[in-house]
Design a protein around this ligand. Structure first.
Ligand code: GLU
Length: 413
């Protein structure tokens, strides 16, 4: 079972260390680390059988010095205020790192959506969006998908908001393309992850072509990342989902596996590969290990068993801070979440811009702009890493915090 890492203590620790690195003023540090606003709501749900349930929902707005709050909404049993707080802060640093004009926010409902019928899920989503309506807005706070939420849920959110405020496509991103979603948004986090893996391979003089890659988590992010890395010539030797893993030292047939996964909603039962457990997959010898599911999967108790050269954090917070320190000492290169998975929010930004312009860009245009943003951020982080002789995570935080601090100071209090 993953240890919960997305807690404010862990993100505070990363923030404070990076703030030390850039010599951030004590008072500014205090202001930047505390969320601007936190909303906790009760979300009642009438079940299909007529009974009543009640869930807890959250929206935390961490910082908007650089622009409207931005970040996803997750539906997961483990969601609580502390987790949402820490993920909201990560969004502030992520949007700053890729230099898009947003702050950071996050939201969620503490619910296991797999236990709801489609109609219950719709009612719950709409009710939640109505509950957070007072604090969101197209120039104020723009939600998006995250764990267990998807374009359909964004469509319900947009519709619900529109009924109160009038049609406002830019109120959420990650919408279906038919409703003003951006081409390329669905694949964006996985595409960005593959771009970052490619840049990392260049930086470390590794060859991506033929590199052995392990992907833990085969949802939206993991499957697209696997697909792009496969196209770049890497060998995806192991993948997993909640039901377990598959291992083939010769490389799995990723296009076929994606088809199987689309049809069966799991990789289980695929014709190729040996079944391995979710613990074993992390120990498979490889060049790149890509955790692409939930936070906290690599921790103090299992970090010594890892057998990879590089970890590319496609999930938010997959490596706990103590495990991160151990990996740094061992020379295992960890590419942080706020850089690796920033492709999603970057294309969310492009979607929002298209909505404001009431104009649709081509997929090639979106992908080219995404490539530019990811590569620029990667190079800023690697030069900070060299100049401060630090880890890539600290360098990424340093670049981001410095940017937010500048905007904060320019605005004044
Ligand atoms: N949930 C994604 C993230 O953690 C995307 C957020 C967005 O597009 O606003 O970055």
């Amino acid at each position: 079972m993953a240890k919960k890492v997305n807690n404010k203590k862990a993100s505070d620790d990363q923030f404070n260390r990076a703030a030390d690195l850039i010599g951030l003023d004590e008072k500014i540090r205090l202001s930047l680390n505390v969320p601007d606003r936190e909303l906790m709501v009760e979300v009642p749900l009438r079940k299909d059988d007529g009974s009543l349930e009640s869930y807890r929902g959250y929206r935390v707005q961490h910082n908007n010095s650089r622009g409207p709050f931005k970040g996803g909404i997750r539906f997961h049993e483990e969601v609580d205020l502390d987790e949402v707080r820490s993920l909201a802060a990560l969004m502030t640093w992520k949007t700053a790192l890729v230099d898009i004009p947003y702050g950071g926010g996050k939201g969620g409902i503490s619910v296991d959506p797999s236990k709801l019928s489609p109609l219950e899920l719709e009612r719950l989503s709409r009710r939640f969006f109505r509950a957070i309506n007072p604090i969101i807005g197209v120039n104020r706070d723009i939600p998006a998908p995250d764990v267990n939420t998807n374009p359909q849920i964004m469509a319900w959110f947009m519709d619900e908001y529109g009924m109160i405020n009038g049609h406002t496509p830019g109120i959420v991103t990650g919408k279906p393309v038919e409703l003003g979603g951006s081409l390329g948004r669905n694949a964006a986090t996985g595409r960005g992850t593959a771009i970052i893996a490619r840049e990392t391979a260049n930086l470390l003089n590794m060859n991506l072509d033929g590199a052995k890659v392990v992907i833990q988590g085969f949802g939206n992010v993991g499957s697209f990342a696997g697909n792009f890395l496969n196209e770049m010539g890497s060998k995806i030797i192991a993948v997993s989902d909640v039901n377990g893993g598959l291992f083939d030292p010769e490389g799995l047939d990723i296009p076929l596996l994606i088809k199987h996964n689309e049809k069966n909603k799991t990789i289980k039962g695929f014709s190729q590969g040996k079944a391995i457990s979710n613990d074993e997959i992390l120990n498979v010898e490889c060049d790149f290990l890509i955790p692409a599911a939930l936070g906290g999967v690599i921790h103090k108790m299992n970090v010594d068993k890892l057998n990879c050269k590089v970890i590319i954090e496609a999930a938010n917070g997959p490596v706990t801070p103590p495990a991160d320190d151990i990996l740094f000492k061992k020379g295992v290169h960890v590419v942080p979440d706020i850089l690796t998975n920033a492709g999603g929010v970057t294309v969310s930004y492009f979607e929002w811009v298209q909505n404001l312009q009431q104009f649709q860009w081509s997929e090639d245009e979106v992908n080219a702009k995404l490539e530019d943003k990811m590569v620029a951020a990667f190079h800023e982080v690697s030069s900070m890493m060299k100049s401060k002789d630090t880890s890539m995570r600290m360098a990424a935080f340093a670049v981001a915090i410095d940017r937010v601090a500048k905007s904060f100071e320019l605005r004044g209090v």
